[in-house]
Design a protein around this ligand. Structure first.
Ligand SMILES: *Cc1c(COP(=O)(O)O)cnc(C)c1O
Length: 376
């Protein structure tokens, strides 16, 4: 059996161990320390726009704290992109709030601005103005943030961007994660850079980020004893994980270029296969191409998405259907949703292909061999 080819696996740059060793040598084996501060500084510099950053234990924690800091509480409604990973929506339910799912547009696969506005109007008409809007930049492709922010401003609803998959993606040079009032990043093992597990809350508002650091370390008031006037969380990143993050930041630009090169090879090699299509970058959009994705039209292609997935699996190659929309998930189906069929179709026909920045040409040729056999 050939070695397993993963969808997206960690790719160390080489200096991560230096930062981790420093943490050991100085005994900063704690959820604070120089690596945490350094990692936050590196992220802030990378994002530009004077963003402030709180490094946390996961992207999910960042979303959870982001919602808390936007004032979401029990029985509030929060508009959430339906086409996403469950980690976008789960924190809404942690808070006892109600997710209201909005479907995608075809151009970006992310939240449809049209449906967003329809949903806002309808919820207001039903007597409850949504407390926050959560667009996602899936697979690195930016959501239509210009339109989404315009609508959000018009109705005065804050935006929490789920940028977990989109570190380094941008629209007209402005980074994903810098559009909304708050944004969440993830450094889980499969993301474009990783700290093994980790995340960050990002905001232009320094108070929000200071509050995030406060809440993430159990909300301890300034007193010699343990004094609490708010409910806190244990969500800070460790100085060890942040050390990995500092090393990864040194190669982030290279990783983005490598992921984009993988995508380009798929696009070049598969472009003449009948029934296969790609998601192009709209004008001014830049995707980090975290995952390379294709759509397989079952009416014109030689095989279906599922047949190709199984053929790849047989050759020990991991691929995966696109995210199953939240409004179709058993755990979320009872919540309100505004749908247009786009995300359901993407789920039916879409496939994520091996996309790691560490994929070599031998691995990619193995993937192409299977696709050629199945689809030509
Ligand atoms: C990975 C991911 C998250 C969660 O991040 P974790 O660090 O794994 O908690 C949230 N949203 C999206 C879209 C993701 O891909």
């Amino acid at each position: 059996m050939n070695d397993k080819i993963w969808l997206s696996s960690p790719h160390m740059g080489g200096t991560e161990e230096k930062y981790v060793k420093e943490a050991f040598d100085t005994n900063w084996v704690a959820p604070l320390g120089p690596n945490v501060n350094g990692f936050e500084q590196d992220l802030s510099t990378f994002l530009g726009n004077d963003m402030h950053v709180a490094a946390l234990s996961s992207g999910t924690a960042a979303i959870h704290l982001g919602l808390v800091l936007l004032g979401v509480t029990a029985s509030d409604e929060v508009i959430c992109q339906s086409m996403t990973f469950s980690a976008t929506a789960n924190p809404i339910v942690y808070l006892g709030a109600i997710p209201v799912f909005v479907d995608s547009e075809k151009d970006t696969w992310n939240m449809s601005p049209e449906l967003l506005e329809e949903a806002i109007k309808d919820r207001i008409g039903k007597g409850k103005k949504p407390k926050a809007i959560m667009p996602v930049h899936l697979y690195g492709m930016p959501a239509n943030m210009l339109e989404i922010m315009r609508i959000a401003k018009q109705y005065e609803i804050p935006v929490l961007e789920d940028a977990a998959e989109a570190l380094g993606s941008s629209i007209d040079g402005r980074m994903c994660g810098t559009f909304g009032e708050v944004a969440a990043l993830s450094f889980n093992g499969n993301k474009i850079i990783t700290t093994s597990g980790g995340g960050a809350l990002v905001s232009a508002d320094e108070t929000i980020v200071k509050d995030a650091r406060f809440l993430s370390t159990q909300a301890r008031d300034n007193a010699p004893h343990y004094q609490h006037s708010q409910i806190g969380y244990n969500y800070r990143i460790s100085n060890i994980c942040a050390g990995i993050g500092r090393g990864q930041m040194e190669v982030l630009s290279e990783r983005i270029a490598q992921r984009r090169a993988v995508y380009q090879q798929y696009a070049d090699r598969l472009k003449d296969i009948k029934g296969v299509s790609f998601l192009n970058e709209p004008h001014g959009y830049f995707s980090n191409r975290w995952l390379s994705t294709i759509l397989i039209d079952p009416t014109t292609a030689k095989c279906t998405r599922e047949e190709l997935r199984l053929a790849l699996e047989k050759e020990n190659i991991e691929s995966r259907p696109l995210w199953k929309p939240m409004h179709l998930q058993p755990v979320f189906s009872k919540y309100p949703s505004y749908v247009n069929g786009v995300s359901e179709k993407l789920f039916d026909d879409g496939l994520c292909l091996p996309s790691g920045s560490n994929l070599g040409s031998i691995e990619l040729e193995r993937v192409f061999d299977v696709i050629d056999k199945q689809m030509r």
